[in-house]
Every structure is written in C-alpha cells, then in structure tokens.
Ligand binder design. Structure first.
Ligand code: 5AD
Ligand code: SF4
Length: 457
C-alpha cells in the first residue's frame, strides 16, 4: 500500500446512493483514503478524487450514474492540464454489475471498483495514475473485512453518537427479483472478535447506539472462543455486555433466519431496541413462491406473533414489492391483507423493477406499469395510515430519546426514540449524546415532538 498518513492536501468527495451498507462502505473507503493522505470534502469542485458509490437495486440505476458522470466529465475537463487533475471512480453495486462497460461508455472514469475489492482502493488508485483506467470487480479471495482500517477514534467522534457496524455481507437466498447475490456475492460473516473490537472502538469514540448491518444480518454466524457455533442472538448478548453500548439494532433480516435465540434476545436484552425490520415483500403464497422467498404468508405472521409475544411494544417495519410478474388483483389483495394484519410502524414499498440477470426479469406475466402505479398508491395509502397511527399512539407517552443532532432551529435538537422515530425536542433538554426521558406532545407522519419528562410531570 502507498500508505502515507500525512495530509497531502488532497481531497476526496464521495457521493453515496442506496442502503446503509453503502453508507458504511463509503465511510470505510474514506478511512482507507485518509491513510493515503486524502481528506474528505463535501464540495465536488474542490475534490482531487470523486467517487460515486452506487446502488443497483431498482430502476434505472446505471442510467442515473451515467448522467451524473456526464456532468462530472465537464468538471474534470476544466481541470485537465492544471496541477490538480481530477480522478473519477465508480464503486458499489453498479460498478460490480457493469464493470468494464462503464469505462467503455464514459471516458471520464479512471477506476471501477466493486464492493469486494474496496480494501485495495489505494493501490488501484495509484495504478490508475500510472497505467490508465482500472477495473477491479473480482471477488477477492482474502476477507475484505481483514483489510479495511478499523473505525478510527477521531473520525468516529466527528461522525456522531450512532454508528453502523457491518457484521455480514452478501446473500445466497436468491430471491428472484434481487441483484444482491450477484453484486455483493455469497454470504460472508465477519468474525466475532473483529466485531467486538470495532464495537469497543466505536464506544470509545463516543458512540452510544450501534446498528449491526448485513444484507441478511440474521444469517450471521460465528464461533465462540471455544469453537462452538453461535448466531446473531448470542452475538447481541455479547455486545450488550460491552460497557458503554446503550442501544443496539440490526438490519436487514430474512424471515427464514429468525431463530428462537434471536427472538428471545428481544425478550432478554433491554439495550436491544424494540424495532424489527423484517421484509415480507408480498402477501400471496403464489407470489412468495415465485419470488423464491422460501416462506409462506402464514409463517411470516407467525414469526411476527412470536416476536410480539416476547416484546409486546416492538415496532415492525418491512419492505413490499407490488407488480411482481404474475401478480393478479387477488394476489395484490393478499399483500394488502398481510399489511393489515402485521400493522407496520414503518414500511418501504416499491414497484417491481426488472433487474437484468435475475430470474424475475425473464418471467412471463410482467405487470403493466399503470397497474403497478395504481397498486403502489393503494398500498402506500394504507402504510401511511399505519405509520401515522403508530406515531400518534406515542402522544402522552414518556420514552427514552437519544439526542443525535441539532434541529432546524437553534433551540431544537433531534433525537431518536426506541422505535427509530425522529423526535424534536427543546435544546435545553440536554446535549448531543445524552439519553433523556421525553414526553411526546405531538406527532406528524415522519416525526414526533416532545418535551422533558420532568417538565411535563
Ligand atoms: N424491484 C423492486 N424492489 C426491489 N427490491 C429489491 N429488488 C427489487 C426489485 N427488483 C426491494 C426489496 C428489498 C429492498 C431493499 O428493495 O423490497 O427488500
Ligand atoms: Fe443497493 Fe442492494 Fe447494493 Fe445496497 S446492496 S447498494 S441496496 S444493490
């Protein structure tokens, strides 16, 4: 590695699309580049290196990246021949899926780096300067987790009181709509000790709430020091015992990996927040089968019932897709029904979008765009009602709120409820990083307002 921790005055601008995994990866790439002499900038015109960390999950992802690159090309051309040329890289899932095609189509791009090769970023960058455009989308044999710099104290401090921690990456469930198994590769769990070490360094840097990340986070598996198999429930117990961790969350889970241990962790661990993101995607068994979800609607509802039994105040969130190939009006009604029965505190919903290379894209019975639009509107109306009702049900209640950041107005702070709601409070209530008791006075569709519980009492 061309390691060089001195600040050379070089600046990197990273634009991130997509999921929390990409947010986490951008942070890690930034850490790796900081060791290489780069500092971060939020002003693209100031950057020596521009990285687009892309998402391929839905819609015209690649087209969006190309149109962005067209604009960046102009900036790059203006800098050509000066003493500060601009280097442009595409990372993330579009990089993985498109590979060399990106360089063929857009001459401004110097490097294309897939998620499995981020730890080699400084070398790839150096090579692009001497040998021309680089494409690195091989699945690396080494464990990328071993090579990424651990979260660093001073950097984490600047980043706040909540943090993501990747514990698992990739997916081998092969839902027929999804590109993730192709862009992020097979399921890999990060070793237990690495996770505990990173959690401790996050806490040392002032983090109070950690969200464990994985495309299939509840498939995480590891080994105890004595070599016994352990799952996410056990890992959560170990993390809960780390001094200074006040709150734990995990995302995203698959119903088939919701083990008894994990469900019981929701009963036994106070620091595990009462919030579960458990996507079902559809309500009809026929569609679930075509999606290769490997569970039925009844099995999903049974898991929800078991989780609610051990943790009655748990908020359930999910993901839904409308218009998967073959979805009839009746199938869609089943989606509305499972939403009605689950009663989500929050739920993301999408129109099915054909992803090249996935089985769904080749299936008969593709649904008309107008029908998808109509179904999505109907579904979102119901989900909106459920979310608002959930938020309203907090009015008058007192809850612990982690103060996270300044609010829109100088006399406000924004915190998070145990159920992941944003809570707007007067700044006199405490300081960022404090966990305070707040009584909720008002609720909007996307946030709550509260005041100090002492004041309210
Ligand atoms: N079309 C629409 N939505 C999709 N998702 C994943 N792939 C597709 C697709 N091809 C949604 C799923 C998943 C979420 C991250 O994105 O609901 O849970
Ligand atoms: Fe997008 Fe999925 Fe890749 Fe995340 S893992 S960036 S959501 S395609």
């Amino acid at each position: 590695m061309t390691a060089n921790s001195e600040n050379t005055g070089k600046k990197v601008f990273i634009k991130t699309w997509g999921c929390q995994m990409n947010v986490y990866d951008s942070t890690r790439m930034q850490d790796a580049l900081e060791q290489d002499g780069y500092s971060a900038t939020s002003v693209i015109e100031d950057a020596d290196l521009v990285l687009l960390n892309t998402c391929h999950i839905r819609e015209r992802a690649a087209e969006k990246v190309y149109s962005h690159l067209g604009r960046i090309r102009k900036l790059k051309e203006d800098r050509a021949g000066t003493d500060r040329p601009m280097t442009v890289g595409v990372t993330g899932c579009v990089a993985q899926a498109e590979g060399r095609e990106i360089i063929a189509r857009e001459r401004s791009v110097d490097l294309v780096v897939g998620p499995q090769t981020y730890h080699q970023l400084p070398e790839i960058l150096a090579r692009s300067k001497t040998d021309g455009p680089q494409v690195a989308t091989e699945y690396a044999v080494e464990d990328k987790f071993e090579h990424m710099p651990a979260a660093q104290k001073k950097q984490v401090q600047a980043r706040g009181v909540t943090a993501f921690l990747t514990v698992q990456e990739g997916c081998d469930k092969f839902c027929t709509f999804c590109v993730v198994p192709y862009t992020r590769g097979m399921e890999v769990s990060r070793p237990r000790q690495q996770i505990l070490d990173e959690a401790r360094s996050l806490v040392d840097a002032g983090v109070r709430e950690i969200t464990l990340l994985g495309q299939n986070v509840n498939a995480w598996h590891g080994e105890t020091p004595s070599g016994a198999a352990m799952g996410l429930g056990h890992l959560l117990h170990e993390l809960a015992a780390v001094q200074g961790i006040e709150r734990l969350r995990y995302v995203t889970s698959h119903p088939c990996d919701m083990s008894d241990d994990l469900i019981e962790a929701h009963r036994d661990l106070d620091v595990l927040m009462p919030y579960l993101h458990l996507p079902v995607q559809a309500g009809s068994d026929k569609i679930l089968k075509a999606m290769n979800r490997k569970h039925t609607a009844a099995e999903y509802l049974d898991i929800i019932a078991r989780v609610r039994e051990v943790r009655p105040d748990i908020a359930i969130s999910g993901d839904m897709i409308v218009g998967f190939p073959g979805e009839t009006d009746e199938d869609f009604e089943a989606t509305m029904e499972i939403v009605g029965r689950t009663n989500y505190a929050q739920c993301y919903s999408f129109k099915y979008s054909k992803r090249p290379g996935t089985p769904g894209a080749e299936m008969d019975g593709q649904v008309d765009e107008a029908v998808k639009t109509e179904r999505l509107a109907q579904l979102q109306a119901l989900l909106g009602e459920q979310q608002e009702a959930f938020n309203r049900s907090r009015i008058g209640k007192t809850m612990s709120v982690l103060l996270e950041k300044p609010g829109k107005h100088a006399d406000q702070l924004i915190g998070r409820s145990p159920w992941l709601q944003s809570v707007i409070v007067p700044s006199s209530i405490g300081r960022i990083g404090d966990i305070v008791d707040v009584t909720i006075t008002d609720a909007a569709p996307n946030s709550l307002t509260g005041e100090s519980a002492r004041q309210a009492a």
